[in-house]
Design a protein around this ligand. Structure first.
Ligand code: PLP
Length: 406
């Protein structure tokens, strides 16, 4: 089946919007993606027809929502090829999922002298929770460096893996550089020394096929809102053996088995990690979003986005005094750049007035920007619904804006 981008665009109501009377060109997809009709409709249907709190009701609505939530869990399980549905924990997003692991893993695994390994290109969400855990337990946060292109130096990574490292946490795809890391190899290298890994999949799940069993990831995390689902829902995948081993993190309803003032026993997986009323309607809509992607085909989406990135990279390279930040051989959907003597913010503000949404700043990767010795970049990021004609318009307006600012 051919990839019909016009048909896909028709399913995203926001894309027909005008901003400042100009057609919206949405190139801020790494920050969040837009939502297709089916996802928006699922929210409306559940709130208008079926809403009732899950897991504790005997009535029709509660059973319906409970079944739909558990079916969404199975959809996520299949989408990432997890071995069991109970290895899927619903969280608020990537950030919460990493905090969950850092806190609980820290509690049982980290002590003075231990190390946690991250890379230079991590999002703050995959730095700060580990830093906090290290501070609490007297461990040390160690960093694997990258080269100028934005590729992790696998030799340094291998050297850094030693018996003091208790976990390695790294991103699958960089939100600033677009680098696709060879995570399978990185997992293999860590496992050869019995070191577990957490992979931050926030920028990968929407662009590429993810198979957590094939990767042999111990933990894999992502956010719903970056994969065409609503905000406030995300996923922590954890291998059963790890999720069984880690202590619960938040206490409250749902995560308990039996409560008395003397002692509380905890629920089985996955509920042990889902205290309180979860965002079940968000979880259901996440399932709808993943089914939607599955219907189009993640490989077709990938091929379309690769072509967009190739084309945008080629076109933007025509512009004088512009430097692309992130030129790794394997890249996905992200094009960050700086222009000599012009502040990224000024470029972003003027592009906005032409209807183009890009992001400017450090994209929550300050240590990475420090390393490049820059304060920020302009980032255009692509999704399944973007087109080459949008890229042409973007390049035309970028040229115009730069002429104004130079
Ligand atoms: N990790 C990466 C690589 C990201 O790009 C992001 C968001 O931009 C996050 C983590 C944090 O995601 P969230 O804010 O949805 O928790």
């Amino acid at each position: 089946m051919t990839y019909n981008v016009a048909e896909i665009r028709n399913q995203f109501p926001i894309l027909t919007q005008k901003v400042y009377k100009k057609p919206l060109i949405y190139l801020d997809n790494a920050a969040t993606t837009q939502k297709p009709d089916v996802v928006i409709q699922s929210l409306e249907t559940y709130y208008s027809k079926y809403n009732a709190n899950i897991h504790r009701g005997v009535h029709f609505l509660s059973s319906h929502c409970t079944d739909a939530t558990e079916s969404a869990r199975k959809t996520v399980q299949k989408f990432i090829n997890a071995a069991h549905p109970h290895e899927i924990i619903f969280t608020r997003g990537t950030t919460e999922a990493i905090n969950l692991v850092a806190k609980t893993f820290g509690q049982i695994e980290l002590k003075k002298g231990d190390k946690v390994l991250v890379t230079r290109m991590e999002h703050h969400s995959n730095i700060v929770p580990w830093q906090m855990a290290c501070e609490q337990y007297g461990a040390e946060l160690c960093v694997v460096e990258i080269d100028k292109q934005g590729t992790i130096d696998l030799n340094s990574y291998e050297k850094a893996l030693n018996e003091n490292v208790k976990i390695a946490a790294f991103t699958h795809i960089s939100n600033t550089l677009g680098t696709i890391n060879d995570v399978k190899k990185m997992v293999e290298m860590a496992h050869s020394q019995d070191i577990p890994v957490l992979i931050d999949g926030a920028q990968a799940i929407q662009h590429t096929h993810v198979d957590v069993q094939d990767l042999d990831a111990d933990f894999y995390v992502f956010s719903g809102h970056k994969v065409y689902a609503p905000t406030g829902i995300g996923v922590l995948y954890g291998k059963e053996k790890w999720l069984e081993k880690l202590p619960p993190w938040e206490g409250g309803g749902e995560m308990i088995d039996r409560v008395s003032f003397e002692k509380t026993t905890y629920n089985t997986l996955p509920f042990k990690f889902e205290a309180g009323t979860p965002n079940y309607i968000g979880a259901i809509a996440l399932g709808v979003a993943l089914d939607y992607i599955q219907n189009i085909g993640i490989d077709s989406i990938k091929a379309h986005e690769e072509e967009l990135l190739r084309y945008a990279t080629e076109r933007i390279s025509e512009i004088n005094d512009l430097e692309i930040i992130g030129t790794a051989e394997h890249k996905s959907s992200v094009l960050s750049f700086i222009v000599k003597n012009i502040h990224p913010y000024d470029i972003g503000v003027l592009l906005d007035k032409t209807g183009i949404a890009v992001r400017t700043g450090n994209h929550c990767t300050q240590p990475l920007h420090d390393w490049y010795n820059i304060s920020g970049t302009v980032r255009a990021s692509f999704a399944m619904y973007n087109t080459k004609s949008e890229i042409d318009y973007f390049i035309e307006k970028l040229d115009f804006v730069l002429n104004m600012l130079q």
